[in-house]
Ligand binder design. Structure first.
Ligand code: C2E
Ligand code: MG
Ligand code: MG
Ligand code: MG
Length: 277
């Protein structure tokens, strides 16, 4: 390596790091401003389908940020920024309130809301959820909170106390993206939750990679042995749909049925397109 090439590479690297940093700072400031008005944030809803009859049984709330300059920013990008800057509490409260308000008007359909570990480490979280349920009139049984495996296995006392308090009033707890975290299948024996959402990476290999089908089978069997329900995420083909139904997954979610859509559009999704009758 010549000194020069090393040097120019270093310069290039540091410049792009600078750019990344300033763009991130810009985003941070914009998020703070957007949270005040609420105008750029919108909650979208993706149907969750019963595997028994392919009817919509509920929706997952997914946050969207339409930035005036950058366009639509993925939650995979802005949620971590919100977590690191303390804005996640306001973000989470916004989504939860919107979702509960919407679900209170649906008859018999539930709503699932993603919760960050940062929110659950706040001792007042369960009380905050209860307040929002009361003010929106949604029954706790119609609310499901999705947490990651890491959060579900967190032994921090506030996390455990919040999850216990929420389950005690009837709120459902689901483990999101199951299979991507550190915990082993054996961990399913002791987890104090109501539902397992099987990560879409396994669902996508269905019918192509024999191993993925075996993993889904094992997760569903273990979950059912413990009385937990299962949802398969990221269902995109009718081949996956048929296989998951056969295995005995309880619920299905994915682009095959519908993408996440704005609230005003969900009245139109009663029988999902693409599902067998
Ligand atoms: P997640 O909770 O696992 O949500 C499922 C993600 O998969 C969503 O991406 C959804 O649009 C996408 N998806 C659904 N069906 C399919 C499919 O068939 N194929 C493919 N390829 N993708 C599918 P999205 O909306 O971009 O959200 C990404 C992640 O951001 C979420 O993953 C969740 O972890 C996080 N997130 C979104 N909204 C919130 C929120 O309000 N609060 C928190 N804390 N996190 C959120
Ligand atoms: Mg989720
Ligand atoms: Mg997921
Ligand atoms: Mg995910």
């Amino acid at each position: 390596f010549s000194k020069n090439s090393g040097r120019s590479r270093y310069t290039y690297f540091s410049e792009s790091m600078d750019q990344l940093l300033s763009r991130r700072q810009e985003m941070e400031g914009d998020m703070r401003a957007a949270l005040k008005t609420g105008n750029e944030f919108q909650v979208h809803y993706q149907p969750i389908i019963s595997a028994l009859d392919h009817r919509v049984k509920g929706y997952e709330a997914l946050l969207r940020w339409e930035h005036p300059k950058f366009g639509s920013i993925s939650p995979e990008l802005f949620i971590p920024i919100a977590e690191e800057t303390g804005m996640i509490e306001a973000v989470g409260e916004f989504v939860l309130r919107e979702a509960c308000k919407a679900a209170a008007k649906w008859s018999g359909k539930s709503v699932a809301v993603n919760v960050s570990g940062v929110e659950l480490r706040d001792e007042g979280y369960a009380a905050k959820v209860r307040k929002i349920l009361l003010s929106t009139g949604l029954s706790p049984q119609a609310l499901e909170l999705e947490v990651t495996e890491t959060v579900a296995t967190d032994e921090a006392s506030a996390v455990v106390a919040n999850l216990d308090a929420l389950r005690a009033i009837g709120v459902q707890i689901a483990i999101d993206d199951f299979g991507t975290g550190f915990s082993s299948l054996g961990r399913l024996r002791t987890l104090n939750v109501d539902r397992i959402k099987i990560d879409r990476s396994f669902v996508q290999g269905f019918g192509e990679k024999a191993g993925d089908e075996a993993i889904i089978r094992a997760i569903v069997e273990l979950a059912h042995a413990r009385g937990l329900k299962t949802t398969a995420e990221g269902v995109e083909t009718s081949l996956q749909d048929a296989g998951l139904v056969k295995i005995g997954c309880d619920s299905l979610q994915g682009f095959l049925y519908s993408k996440p859509v704005p609230l005003r559009d969900i009245e139109h999704i009663s029988t999902p397109a693409g599902s067998p009758s």
